[in-house]
Design a protein around this ligand. Structure first.
Ligand code: CO
Length: 154
């Protein structure tokens, strides 16, 4: 188990378009494992590779206790509907804000075995997937939030 440092708003890497993964190497598998450990240690519901300083198109989503998905080179196939919910981000500490997202998305991605998967996500799962995929484009939720609020620190 290895934890990686979380990069926070202001770091250039969070604003870059992440690069496609060409080959699933042992380094990529280690990155996936480290991202999971880091996400869990930080009690996040998702994490994207740029957040740990790696500009690659990889993200993890864990919207509930029973769901954990690793996505390599994810692309949207469909987006439908609208929902608004409160979001936060490990890379934008101590803030929350409301963001409008699609209600349902269909995404194609590769798993760690290189298998192509197509899966639909609805409600909160769709929020997490869209949030993490935005990181791969260099977009933070705080760019889209209508009422970004600072949480009190005590
Ligand atoms: Co985030």
């Amino acid at each position: 188990m290895a934890l990686r440092n979380i990069f926070v708003e202001g770091e250039d890497i969070l604003r870059k378009k992440a690069r496609e993964v060409k080959e699933i190497t042992p380094r990529i598998l280690t990155l996936l494992d480290d991202m999971k450990d880091t996400m869990e240690a930080e009690q996040g519901v998702g994490i994207a590779a740029p957040q740990v300083g790696v500009s690659k198109r990889i993200c993890l989503v864990a919207p509930d206790e029973d769901t954990f998905i690793e996505m390599i080179n994810p692309v949207f196939l469909e987006k439908d509907g609208k929902q608004v919910s409160m979001e936060g981000c490990l890379s934008v500490p101590n803030k929350v804000g409301e963001v409008e997202r699609p209600e349902r998305v269909k995404v194609k991605y590769m798993d760690r075995d290189g298998k192509e998967i197509v899966r639909e996500f609805v409600e909160f799962e769709a929020v997490v997937v869209c949030h993490e995929m935005d990181h791969l484009e260099g977009v933070l939720y705080s760019d889209k939030a209508t009422n970004l609020q600072s949480l009190d620190e005590e």
